[in-house]
Design a binder for this molecule. Structure first.
Ligand code: FAD
Length: 317
């Protein structure tokens, strides 16, 4: 769509705008807006109720054709700021999570330091229920504020949010603000804990490369899975993972011999099987095809289906 075809609005719209993501590849937005207030965001919803919110772009792959829906980036102090009231933290959905964590650690307030090293906006982290070996964001969320697709305000307390593993059930809402319950902690031990979490991440994951973190969710097994032990000194030659347990997708990808597999400019990281990393010249199609091949490889080897964790935006019209 060009400027002449666009419906009347006082919003500033950027046309054919790049969509920055951590993969560093992918198509553009036909239209992009940067509202700084709830009124402006409501205007965006009136313009396109199917709009897509771009957070930090850390869990996002945009297909090469880009998207027709209005892409919205939450900006300004309303959406990027935060305030503390004793142990209650209110943060705009566009606030940068790593910076916010640094601030809570500096103030000696515990609750979100276990998410250290995860690139995200607050809204994106809550939508995805981001987390890892040390905890998940749901553990600290007290309440969310959002707009629905009709522009109505919605407030949900924690017990009404269906958080699950990398899932919030909030997908159709536009999160505008999140309240967290934190607790006072000894600043020195909190800082040590935060550093420990970040050190673990950079030791086990290719943090400096272009990726979207883990591309697949860790699957829950529907049947027992017996794997040969990789440790020659292990007491048993096999390890059994029971039906109903969640196993590491990265471990399955590794055991299926898929580390290093490449399609065009996208490859499975040799450091972490669940990370797909991109080189200069990669396109979104390379990543999508590689994801398909990896999922097929794991299914062929272990009969386990992998589901994407990364969100893929595709052109629908
Ligand atoms: C190097 C690296 C390491 C990572 N490690 C981890 C990890 O350890 N654990 C983990 O869980 N994830 C990890 N990730 C993935 C990513 O950091 C998380 O999924 C994060 O929560 C994504 O947040 P975002 O703001 O970037 O969301 P985006 O990628 O911008 O968007 C993701 C989805 O959330 C939606 N969304 C974003 N903001 C809003 C909002 N305000 N309202 C409604 N919908 C919204 C988007 O529309 C999209 O559907 C990693 C990624 C990278 C690149």
């Amino acid at each position: 769509m060009n400027a002449l075809d666009a419906p009347q609005t006082s919003l500033e719209i950027e046309y054919d705008a790049p969509i920055p993501t951590w993969f560093g590849i992918g198509g553009k937005a036909d239209r992009l807006a940067r509202p700084c207030s709830l009124d402006r965001l409501a205007e965006c919803i009136r313009l396109d109720p199917n709009l897509r919110i771009l957070g930090d772009g850390a869990n996002l792959l945009v297909d090469d054709e880009g998207v027709a829906e209005l892409v919205v980036v939450l900006e300004g102090p309303t959406f990027r700021g935060w305030t503390f009231d004793a142990t209650r933290l209110r943060a705009g959905a566009g606030a940068n999570l790593p910076k916010l964590i640094n601030e809570t650690v500096r103030r000696g307030l515990a609750g979100i330091e276990s998410l250290g090293g995860i690139p995200a906006s607050v809204g994106g982290a809550v939508i995805m229920n981001a987390g890892g070996a040390f905890g998940q964001i749901a553990d600290a969320v007290a309440r969310i504020h959002a707009l629905d697709r009709q522009g109505r305000s919605v407030t949900l307390d924690r017990p009404r949010i269906a958080f699950d593993y990398r899932h919030s059930g909030l997908g159709n809402l536009i999160i505008t603000e999140v309240e967290f319950n934190l607790s006072p902690a000894d600043p020195a031990s909190l800082r040590a804990r935060h550093l420990e979490v970040m050190a673990y991440k950079s030791k086990t994951q290719p943090m400096a490369e272009k990726s979207a973190g883990c591309v697949f969710k860790n699957p829950t097994l529907t049947e027992d899975l017996t794997l040969e032990s990789t440790d020659p000194g292990a007491p048993k030659p096999h390890e059994v993972h029971r039906a109903g347990s969640r196993v590491s997708a990265g471990m399955l990808i590794d055991r299926a011999g898929l580390k290093g597999l490449r399609v065009g400019g996208a490859s499975v990281s040799p450091r972490h099987g669940n990370f797909i990393v991109t080189d200069a010249g990669a396109c979104a199609r390379d990543v999508i095809e590689l994801m398909d091949r990896v999922a097929l490889g794991v299914f062929a080897r272990f009969g386990v289906t992998l589901h994407p964790e990364v969100v893929i935006w595709r052109r629908t019209k």
